[in-house]
Write a protein that binds this ligand. Structure first.
Ligand code: PMV
Length: 396
C-alpha cells in the first residue's frame, strides 16, 4: 500500500457531432473537455475512511474496522464485476445515509463505497484514507461529471493499493498511466458509472480515461489518432432538459416522417465522418481553411438538430450571439436547452473572445473558455504548482 498523497485529475466530455444520430446506430465524436475533476487521496492511520465532496456538500466518515467486519462476499463475483441492484441495496445499508438524502449525493457515496470495497477486497486489511473530490464541471449538464468522478476514484484507488504503479517520477509535475493501466482504470470506472446510471454506454468514462477524441458507434469505441486541441467556448444555457424525453421525441419524428428524418440522420453521420477526417489531417499545424470546414460542419449539424426537434430558443440565441461575433456554435448533448459549443479559431483577438463571453453571460448563460481534445486521467505531484490545481486546493 502506498503511503504518499495522490493527486489525480480527469476531464469531462462534450459531443462534437453525432448526438441523437448515435442512438440510431450512427457515428458520434466525443472529445475530452478541459474542465476537470480533481481528487486528493491521503493514506493515514486514523482507522477511518473519510470522503469529502465539497461541490455537493458531502462529508462522510466510516470506521475501517466496521467496514472490515462486513460480509462483502456480495462483491466477489470474478474480476471486474458489474454492480447488481441487490449489491447496490446492500451498499445503501453500509453507507448509512439519511432517507431524505438527495439522489446525486446518494449515488456519489454509493459509487465511492462500491469502488473502495471492490478494489480493496483482495487486501487483507482495508486502508484508512482521506479522499477529497472536487470539480470544475457543473453536475447534470451532460458534460460527463459522474464519469470523471468514477475515473478519478478508480485511478487513485488502484494506484494506492499498487494494483497499478504511480507513473509520476521524482521531480515531475504531471504524468499519465500506461495503456494497460488505463484499460484497468477504464474498466473499473465503467462499473462506477453503472452504479450511477444503471446502463451507460461507456463513452463518457472512455473519454475521461483516454482523453483526446473518440469515435463511438454501436458500442464500439476507438481513439482518434493525434486529434488537435481545439479552443472552444462552452456555454450552459441553464435551461433544464430531459435527455430521455428528447431521445423519445426524435424516435417519434423518425417513425412519423421516416423519409424525411432518416436522411437527416444519414447526413449527421456524414458530418461526423467528415469532421473525423479533418481532425485527423489537422495535426500539429492546422490551417485556417480546416477551421472553416469545421465551422461549416457545425452550422449544418445545428440545422439538422433543429430539424430533429431538439433545438431550443436559448440555443438559437446562443448561435445568434456568437454569429454576431463571427463565431459558429451548435448544441452539444441532448439539446432542448443544456449546453452549446462555439469554435474559437486561431488568431482570434482576446478582446473579441471576452466580448463574446460577456454577451453570452448577459443572456443569463454560464460560459467557459476551455479546450477539447484534452489529456485523459493524469496524476499530478502533490506540491504541483499548476495554478488551477493550486486554486482548487486553496478553495477547499
Ligand atoms: O445529455 P448528454 O450529453 O449525455 O447527451 C445525450 C446524447 C444523446 O445522443 C442525445 C443520447 C445518447 O444516449 O447518446
Amino acid at each position: 500500500m502506498l503511503s504518499e498523497v495522490l493527486l489525480v485529475s480527469a476531464p469531462g466530455k462534450v459531443i462534437l457531432h453525432g448526438e441523437h444520430a448515435v442512438v440510431h446506430g450512427k457515428v458520434a465524436l466525443a472529445v475530452a473537455l478541459n474542465l476537470r475533476t480533481f481528487l486528493r487521496l491521503q493514506p493515514h492511520s486514523s482507522g477511518k475512511v473519510d470522503l469529502s465532496l465539497p461541490n455537493i456538500g458531502i462529508k462522510r466518515s466510516w470506521d475501517v474496522a466496521r467496514l472490515q467486519l462486513l460480509d462483502t462476499s456480495f462483491l466477489e463475483q470474478g474480476d471486474v464485476t458489474a454492480p447488481t441492484p441487490e449489491q447496490v441495496e446492500k451498499l445503501k445499508e453500509v453507507a448509512g445515509l439519511p432517507d431524505d438524502c438527495a439522489v446525486t449525493k446518494r449515488l456519489a457515496v454509493l459509487t465511492f463505497l462500491y469502488l473502495y470495497l471492490s478494489i480493496f477486497r483482495k487486501q487483507r486489511t482495508l486502508p484508512s484514507l482521506d479522499v477529497v473530490v472536487w470539480s470544475e464541471l457543473p453536475p447534470g449538464a451532460g458534460l460527463g461529471s459522474s464519469a470523471a468522478y468514477s475515473v478519478c476514484l478508480a485511478a487513485a484507488l488502484l494506484t494506492v493499493c499498487e494494483e497499478i504503479p504511480n507513473p509520476l517520477k521524482d521531480g515531475e509535475h504531471i504524468n499519465r498511466w500506461t495503456k494497460e493501466d488505463l484499460e484497468l482504470i477504464n474498466k473499473w470506472a465503467f462499473q462506477g458509472e453503472r452504479v450511477i446510471h444503471g446502463n451507460p454506454s461507456g463513452v463518457d468514462n472512455a473519454v475521461s480515461t483516454w482523453g483526446g477524441a473518440l469515435r463511438y458507434q454501436q458500442g464500439k469505441i476507438a481513439s482518434l489518432k493525434r486529434p488537435p486541441a481545439l479552443q472552444i467556448l462552452l456555454t450552459n444555457t441553464r435551461v433544464p432538459r430531459s435527455t430521455k424525453a428528447l431521445v423519445a421525441g426524435v424516435r417519434n419524428r423518425l417513425l412519423k416522417f421516416p423519409e424525411i428524418v432518416a436522411p437527416l440522420l444519414t447526413s449527421i453521420d456524414a458530418i461526423s465522418l467528415e469532421c473525423e477526417r479533418v481532425l485527423g489531417e489537422m495535426g500539429e499545424a492546422p490551417a485556417l481553411e480546416q477551421y472553416h470546414v469545421l465551422e461549416e460542419l457545425i452550422d449544418m449539424n445545428q440545422h439538422h438538430l433543429n430539424a430533429l426537434g431538439v433545438g431550443h430558443a436559448s440555443l438559437d440565441q446562443l448561435c445568434q450571439v456568437t454569429r454576431a461575433h463571427g463565431l459558429h456554435s451548435k448544441l452539444t448533448g441532448a439539446g432542448g436547452g443544456g449546453c452549446g459549443i462555439t469554435l474559437l479559431k486561431p488568431g482570434l483577438e482576446q478582446p473579441e473572445v471576452e466580448a463574446t463571453k460577456q454577451a453570452l453571460t448577459s443572456c443569463g448563460f454560464d460560459c467557459w473558455e476551455t479546450s477539447v481534445g484534452a489529456p485523459g486521467v493524469s496524476v499530478h505531484s502533490a506540491t504541483s504548482l499548476e495554478s488551477r490545481v493550486r486554486q482548487a486546493l486553496d478553495g477547499l
